[in-house]
Ligand binder design. Structure first.
Ligand code: GLU
Length: 599
């Protein structure tokens, strides 16, 4: 069993105390129940993910001379085994890469796409939005998976090993099994009812008709065979071969248990949708922040523009000198405003005229930042501004609420001995995706298309996130890499959590860069999330702290959220050393590893 590592943390103390970094033992081979540690320091490269078996797979690739991209693909494939409800070949994601030789950052947009037949009424019936839960567990919500194409594209561009080689450890892990932990069991439990609608899903994830037992070994021989097939035939089989046919059949006729009484709506994904799927090689977003450059994902994700815009607003305050309450106040208000703009302006740029550059301009941030008051709170929903015509303290658009996005997903970060870095977030959307397993193939299909607005968020204004043919739903994923003025990596990180990804990445970055927290403490710090709503969500660590009262006195309204996000990251240290960091407690703790741990 993988145990959470309990750690106490003086979160509110703004000290730059050096975190104690117990030397991690060399990781055991994949599938043997590697131990979880939230921090590791050493040489030869680093891997940080939510799962110890997956991190160990990445470390093994690095140890054998693979680079960061090779290790990232192998780690992601392993996460498809051990985190099957968060990520896998039935989903999509965003891959951000730093190339040490050219000192440049490039990205791959491997987001799922809607079928060619989709239009803005994909999720309506008789002019009304269909119930969200029914859309989730249906063929309608399944987009063409982008993850296998992302892996191949990343390897083609920057990798040094074949996909076949890199899938081997994950194939073994699927065949030999991994040890069921508390998180896996509870994620299964929260999906149990709908998993039972789909016999193939129930057979796989409810072995013997029961929830998997903590400490038992969970095997997925179907997925092992699927990985072996991908290794043999290449990812083309998932887009144009036998696997593509199986996906199309499953989406268009979801294999439901007729006795369950559940009617899963069919999708309309065609062989042509899969055959014509392409990843996008997008330029990253770039935000200058206190002498550093913050790189992240451009639209179709709203991650890069929203984190970047908020950072630009926060840059006008010296957060290192602010009190904890002032810091949180600024962070909450900047998030609120950035989300107002995100909702109005960000969608798939192949379909929408997205003002990416203008959203990230300091001029626009200045125009919006001046709305923030020290002694009062803005009323949400805040109206968007117009990034193309920023006026002083500009607002003026029609406000729209932020729509719901899921809360599953996973992030991994890798650095190699040459200094290359990967920050990669991948997902099948909700925990458990659509709930539909491709029969005999061992993986769940995504429900990413529910990230579209079902109906316009505000009927009076254009919503850039309505469904369309081949369109990518707007994401919040924010895989981030920060470079210094010499274009050398400082830190790379990311998180799951639907729209809270943006606030989590923003809070972790400012905690680390401005508040002097060691990376692991910036990750562990209790989180707040404001997304242009009347209430701001607080994790228990803040909910139960005197800071809550201080902020309420200014006008903040809070509701409790037991857990927000699950961040992992790596930090470059001098002399080729890396620090990997992960969660101490959330989701049972994450797994940070380096190739040669420091004694
Ligand atoms: N589907 C969400 C997005 O793309 C991510 C879901 C999650 O993090 O759980 O933003």
């Amino acid at each position: 069993m993988q145990r959470p590592v309990a750690r106490t943390l003086a979160v509110l103390a703004v000290s730059a105390a050096v975190v104690s970094v117990g030397a991690a033992a060399p990781p055991p081979a994949a599938g043997r129940g590697a131990e979880k540690e939230p921090v590791a320091v050493g040489h030869g490269g680093a891997v940080s993910s939510v799962d110890a078996d997956a991190s160990a797979v990445g470390i093994e690739v690095l140890r054998k001379g693979g680079n960061a991209v090779d290790a990232a693909v192998a780690t992601a494939a392993a996460l498809g085994v051990t985190e099957p409800y968060s990520a896998g070949i039935g989903g999509g994601g965003y891959f951000v890469h730093y190339d040490a030789k050219s000192r440049t950052v490039r990205t791959i947009d491997g987001r799922e796409t809607a079928p060619r037949t989709a239009d803005e009424n994909l999720f309506t019936e008789d002019g009304k939005a269909i119930p969200f839960a029914e859309a989730v567990s249906s063929g309608l919500s399944v987009g063409t998976p982008g993850t296998p194409a992302t892996w191949q594209a990343a390897l083609d561009r920057w990798g040094s090993r074949s996909l076949g080689t890199l899938l081997k450890p994950a194939e073994r892990l699927a065949r030999d099994g991994f040890t069921v932990d508390e998180t896996f069991r509870s994620q299964t439990a929260s999906n149990e009812a709908r998993f039972r609608y789909f016999p193939d899903t129930a057979e796989l994830f409810l072995p013997g008709g029961e929830l998997p037992v903590v400490g038992s070994t969970f095997k997925n021989p179907d997925l092992a065979r699927t990985y072996a097939e991908l290794a043999r035939k290449g990812v083309g089989t998932l887009y144009r071969g036998g696997l593509a046919e199986d996906i199309v059949d499953t989406v268009n006729k979801p294999p439901v248990d007729p006795d369950s009484g559940y009617e899963a709506r069919p999708g309309d994904l065609s062989a042509k949708d899969l055959a014509t799927y392409r990843v996008e090689h997008q330029a990253p977003t770039k935000t200058s922040y206190r002498g550093l450059d913050v790189y992240s994902m451009a639209p179709s994700s709203s991650g890069g523009t929203t984190v970047g815009q908020a950072l630009n607003m926060l840059e006008r305050t010296d957060l290192s000198k602010a009190s904890e309450a002032q810091y949180l106040h600024r962070f909450i208000e900047a998030s609120r405003i950035a989300f107002a703009d995100r909702g109005r302006w960000v969608g798939d740029p192949a379909f929408e005229d997205v003002p990416t550059k203008e959203l990230l301009s300091q001029r626009y941030a200045d125009a919006r930042e001046c709305l923030i008051k020290d002694d009062a709170v803005l009323t949400s929903p805040v109206a968007p501004g117009d990034p193309r015509h920023p006026g002083r303290c500009s607002t003026g658009g029609t406000p729209a609420p932020t729509t719901y996005e899921g809360d599953s997903t996973t992030h991994l970060t890798v650095a190699d001995k040459w200094g290359n870095v990967v920050s990669y977030t991948l997902t099948i959307e909700q925990t458990g995706g659509s709930g539909i397993t491709v029969p005999g193939r061992g993986f769940l299909l995504n429900n990413e298309l529910t990230d579209f607005s079902f109906t316009p968020a505000n009927p009076a204004v254009h919503d850039p996130n309505l469904p369309g043919p081949g369109k990518r739903p707007r994401s919040s994923m924010s895989p981030t890499i920060v470079l210094d003025k010499h274009d050398r990596p400082v830190v790379a990180l990311g998180s799951p959590g639907g729209a809270t990804i943006i606030t989590t990445v923003l809070q972790t970055l400012t905690g680390f860069l401005d508040r002097g927290l060691p990376l692991v403490d910036a990750i562990a710090a209790p989180r707040a999330s404001q997304r242009n709503a009347a209430t701001t969500e607080l994790e228990p660590g803040l909910w139960n702290s005197p800071l809550k009262g201080e902020l309420e006195a200014v006008g903040h309204v809070f509701k409790e959220n037991p857990e927000i996000g699950a961040t992992v990251g790596v930090q470059r240290l001098p002399n080729g050393k890396w620090l990997a960091a992960a969660e101490t407690v959330r989701r049972g703790g994450g797994s940070a590893m380096v190739v040669r741990p420091e004694r």
